[in-house]
Design a protein around this ligand. Sequence first.
Ligand SMILES: Nc1nc2c(ncn2[C@@H]2O[C@H](COP(=O)(O)OP(=O)(O)OP(=O)(O)O)[C@@H](O)[C@H]2O)c(=O)[nH]1
Length: 572
Amino acid sequence: MLMGIRFCSFWVVVLLLLFGSNSIAAEKPRSLSQGWEYRWGDSPISVEGVPAWVVGQESASDWHSIDFPSNPPDRSGQQHIWYRIVLPELDTYLDPVLYIDSIDLIAQVYLEDQRLYQFGEFDNQGRGKFAGWPWHMIKLPKDSGGKILYFRIYSDYIDIGLWGQVSIFERADLLLDVLNNSLESLLSSITAFLIAFLAFTLAILKGQRRRFFTVGLFSLASAGMLLGESPARQLLFDAPLFWVYLAAGSYYFLPVAMGMLLAPAFQGRSRLWMRRIWQLHLLYLVIALGISVLGWINLSITFPVFDGLFAITLFITFVLIVKNIWHIPAVDKCIFIAYAVLALLLLEDMAVAHGFLDWRQVPVSYGILLFSATVVLISLLYFSHLQVKLRMLNESLEMKVKERTEALEKLSYEDSLTGLKNRRFFDEFFSFHASTAIRTGLPLTLAMCDLDYFKQFNDTYGHPAGDTALKLFADLLRKNFRETDLVCRLGGEEFVILMPNTGRLEAKEKIQALLNQARQQEIYHEGQSCGCVSVSAGLACWPEQTDDPDRLVMLADKAMYAAKEAGRDQVG
Ligand SMILES: Nc1nc2c(ncn2[C@@H]2O[C@H](COP(=O)(O)OP(=O)(O)OP(=O)(O)O)[C@@H](O)[C@H]2O)c(=O)[nH]1
């Protein structure tokens, strides 16, 4: 376990970082890069618990030199190994500590016959369970220069030994270094948390729910992974297994969320493939974490299996993207570019973790932030486009409804054959004109017109020709009367003209003129002359003929029938 670093040390280091200089002590970190030796197997342990190999009870030829204390040749299934090194002089250090990035998997560290440090629990056979992958800070006595430091290691994992950096530091410098190295991942983690929060809020408030929700999950997983892998995690909370479970859960979830985000951009079989990929990863996540928690396997072994699976699915995703690149909408291409950057960084990180590339810090956090930010921005873009489209659709719908309403209103007041106002309009507006006449005292005359022998005309020339005659008479009416006059077709071959502010004499002249024109207007239908149709009319005038304007219709009707009786083609 980490040597008693307590929560408060985190804040001490933060203060040092903020106000202190870059280096607390004079002595610089020194990498232990030379003089390593290894020996397969485990040492016999005395009843007092002292391994025989640390008290010189071994032959020097059993030890072999190695560049770095990790994965020596000829492992052939062995799970125990010892490493050793002669420590350099440490007198110049104020508070020397040995820093190790990580150990595969559990270890005891001896300075000659004195046990300095233990990580994980060893049983009687020298075996133990995976205990996480924290970094290690081992306090070294100042007088340990020239003494031999031994590492007793057990691992049933693919790697066995130390991993990453192994250096001697001044304690304060190391803590500063840890925080310095963590700043990037901590800030990225906080940013990813904020993006997750934003995405979840948008998922609740706006459209594109599924997309924002998936981005939220992805960002949350990214934040968890970055925090779980950030070196400063141990200063916050010293529980290596918890952190490694957090990192594993988040890391294994990344391809699930990525697949869920990418799948909708594909069509047909490619989309099905993407779906299968994320479902497979989800299944892996559940099984791997489930059986590790149950203690059936060590969580450590699920990492390389996941990496293998992820490398394959990343490759398949690449192929699918390349295959579909021309069919993918431009905005989705941006997501793919961000995805490609992240995928390459993840692959590089995997290659470093498995020793295919030299040890280095891979900026995975930048890739993650780039990907989350791109997806959020594009989702917002989509969303605002959608809003604009919806608004436009809404506006055009409103326009259409308005047009339809107007058309319907027009239709309901308009005679479809002649385009004149209809009986309904007349009925509604007659009372308005009647009351206006009473109020103003100005005369109001009503003329009723009826085409003569129209049945005969229809019978002779046909109904369509009759329609033409009706339309031509309507044109005459439009030409002969004022805008303020109300001209309507009451039905059939019957028309009415209401003339406000017009006395009987003046009205009679106008109607007579109309009748004259009608009589002389030759009707052509389909290029054939159908002769002319005369019109009979009846007039009624308020207040000359009646003191009740409501009687005008009846009186005019009577007068019109009188005109018919009197021989038609005249005003009655
Ligand atoms: N073509 C056409 N004919 C119509 C329309 N509406 C009514 N009619 C016809 O108008 C004719 C009216 O005939 P009647 O009421 O007997 O009157 P008429 O033949 O004009 O005789 P008088 O009014 O006495 O001169 C009928 O034949 C109706 O079918 C229409 O919209 N189009």
